[in-house]
Each structure stands twice: as structure tokens, then as C-alpha cells.
Design a protein around this ligand. Sequence first.
Ligand code: G3P
Ligand code: MG
Length: 241
Amino acid sequence: MVELGLPPIIGHRGARGLAPENTLGGLRAAFAHGVRYVEIDAKLSGDGVVILMHDETLERTTDGSGLVAKTSYSVIQGLNAAKNFPDAPAEPPPTLESVLALIQEVGGGINIEIKPCPGRERETAAAVVETVRRVWRQPIPPLLSSFDHAALDTCRTLAPNLPRGYLSEVADEDWVAHARALGCTTLNLLWKNVPPAQVPHLTASGLPLLLWTVNEPEAARAFLAAGVTSVITDYPDIVRA
Ligand code: G3P
Ligand code: MG
């Protein structure tokens, strides 16, 4: 079985409660706060560069506008992805390649959530796999997760040895069966759908259980005590305290 190196606390989009999400500066801030493992969102620019971005549109997190899928990387490079943190220096949405270089430099771990724009599911997954294969040199691989089954299936076909996480925000489904059907090695679930009493049943499957987005310290402690492998949080500083 592949070593995953998952710690109890994972920073969400870097540490989006503390610093600009899905940016190099935000990731550095997360590591400065003692985070050792981060979750980020990856998608393609209009011209096929893998960048970090949560939304399909640019407005919420940058000073640009429009669809990411219709915007070239040369334009994205000129945007400020730190605009929601006025004290943070301006910086563009980073490439996945630059992020993987930073994570390796600081000796950290990473969960790459593949978040394709509609219609680009397999293309996005293939580009993420290509980037990881080209850049990543550490013994513990990134965890590739997605809500999108075509993306997970593409990862399995192209890189069966890279671990995959089954992401779901649906409450009433058989998560373990779905994850196993896609050959996933972790369950990444919305915390509100998982009562602590259900944790032993889920962990009995042998799949590590990751819950997002757990921002209450008491809830985080209760989940971890119940056997959850990792909580993904916007506030790793508070949740760890
Ligand atoms: O990977 C866990 C979590 O990030 C999934 O939701 O919308 O925050 O990407 P979202
Ligand atoms: Mg995410």
C-alpha cells in the first residue's frame, strides 16, 4: 500500500482563513503557521496551463473577470489573486508546477483537488498527472482527489500508482462502494454528512477518512478522537491549538 503521509491537520486551499487561498504566499503562510500538508484546487487556464483556482470564474479571488476556461495564462499571470487580503502582496494565481516546487522545498505534503471546468474533466486530470510526474521527486506522492468521476478514472488509467481520494458532498450514498469502484485510497467527505458515530463504520473499510471543512476546534478534536485521519481546515492555527 502506498504511504500517504497524511497528518491530522491539513490546510484548506493553503490556509484560506489566514492568507489568500490557492496562492504561493498563502501556502508559505500556512507553512509558517506549522502546517505540513495542504489541500489546493487545480484547473486549466484557457490555453491548458494547470493553475491553482477554486472557482470557474475569476471575480471572487482575483481582480480579473470572466471564465478561467476562456482566459489565457498570459492574462492570468497579470492578475492579483491576493486581493481579498489587502495587507498581502499582490501575486498571480500560481501554476501547479511552481506550487509543487515550493512544497518540495519546504518538505511538505499536498492533496491536489482536480477541479475541472465543465467539459475539461479528462484533459485537466491528464495535465495534473503529467505535471506531478514531471516535477514531483519525493517518496510520498501527492494525493489526487476529485468530485469528478471521469477525472478520477483518467488518473487511474494514466497513473495507477498515484493515490486517489474520493470526494463527495452527497449525504445519502455508499461512499465506500463508490470509492472502491474508482480504485480510490481515501474518502474525502463533507464533515456535516458524517456524524462522529459513523466514523468507526467508515474507517473499518480500511480507507483513510478526511473531512472538510472543519473550522471548529471542538469538532476537529472529536472527529480525530473518533478515528478520522485528517481534518481539512481554513484555520489550521486555531484547530490545532
Ligand atoms: O478537498 C476538500 C474541499 O476543498 C472540497 O471542497 O469546494 O472547498 O474545493 P472545495
Ligand atoms: Mg478544494
